[in-house]
Design a protein. Structure first.
Length: 314
């Protein structure tokens, strides 16, 4: 996986638990910096975490990511918060599975907590392209709304709504989605309960599409028995068994078959491969139901097989 060396220029407190990290690439530049994109930050030998970029320089040399400290998490946020100014890290990407689609349709952005980070870039792009939109930023309280200042500096006026649980109660998402013009699109990013509430409220929409991104694995993503099966490497015809306690990614790595990977939780999309034949047991949190139903590609880190064999385009 290609990476670039970057130096931490500064870190800035955005709220009591969230900091902004500004990195500068030491040699070269990033291409593909766009709303919804994320990067892989290498924080140790086996510690790679994905963070959405919310701001970047036009020359592709500097990027900003905001990270909420999760002391009970898997260690990535703690490692980020412990970085000292001037420290160097390897950064891979960017890649984007949460693209802001072009068009003239009305757009509603719904952000929950730290899930606001990719939506700041989307709001900036919507302002610059003079598209019609609104944004709802859901936070537990105003002092925890880490990206509130970033949104307000865009001059959004009455298109921006900060909704705080402690003062405003629960947002009526069905009313929000029902009030949108016909054919409007929704972009949502946040914790799983919020995303599920948005998807449930989608029945009130009059056309349009809900686009969403998780930043934590779905609660039921790994439920179900894990049986054994085979994978076939299409380019060589090699057939490899995958045992119940192994992932496809584990088997590919053990057999020297190169495949990118990042989070190993089915969230970043780094390890997606094309599927030539077979039925996939999707357990990721990134592909939409429609994408999963095609059986055309899969996340090798978490997903498995419903059929006895999968033929992979490798």
């Amino acid at each position: 996986m290609d990476t670039k060396t970057a130096r931490l220029l500064r870190k800035t407190d955005l709220s009591e638990d969230t900091r902004d990290f500004a990195f500068e690439i030491l040699d070269g530049r990033f291409s593909g910096l766009e709303p919804g994109a994320h990067v892989d930050i290498h924080l140790g030998a086996d510690l790679v975490r994905q963070y959405s970029i919310w701001s970047w320089s036009q020359d592709g040399r500097q990027i900003n990511v905001a990270v909420k400290r999760e002391d009970a998490g898997r260690g990535g946020s703690r490692a980020m918060h412990e970085l000292e100014t001037g420290a160097t890290v390897e950064i891979g990407g960017p890649r984007n599975h949460f693209k802001l689609q072009p068009g003239e349709c009305y757009v509603t952005l719904i952000a929950g907590g730290i899930g606001a980070t990719p939506l700041v870039g989307m709001a900036r792009e919507l302002v610059n392209s003079r598209r019609e939109f609104q944004i709802y930023y859901l936070a537990r309280s105003r002092h925890l709304a880490a990206m509130d200042k970033a949104f307000r500096t865009l001059g959004l006026g009455d298109r921006y709504h900060l909704h705080c649980d402690d003062t405003d109660g629960q947002l009526d998402l069905a009313s929000v989605l029902q009030s949108m013009p016909i054919g409007s699109d929704v972009y949502a990013c946040g914790p799983e309960p919020m995303l599920n509430a948005v998807l449930d409220a989608g029945s009130a929409m009059r056309g349009g599409t809900i686009h969403f991104e998780r930043f934590a694995a779905a609660a039921d993503a790994d439920l179900g028995a894990k049986g054994s099966f085979e994978i076939e490497i299409q380019s060589t015809g090699q057939i490899l068994p995958v045992q119940s306690d192994e992932s496809i990614l584990d088997v590919l790595k053990a057999n020297g078959i190169p495949v990118d990977f990042g989070c190993s939780e089915g969230l970043c999309g780094s390890c997606i491969v094309d599927v030539i034949d077979g039925e996939v047991d999707h357990r990721d949190g990134i592909l939409t139901p429609d994408e999963q139903a095609t059986n055309s590609y899969m996340c090798t880190c978490v997903s498995r097989a419903k059929s006895a064999r999968l033929v992979l385009n490798l």
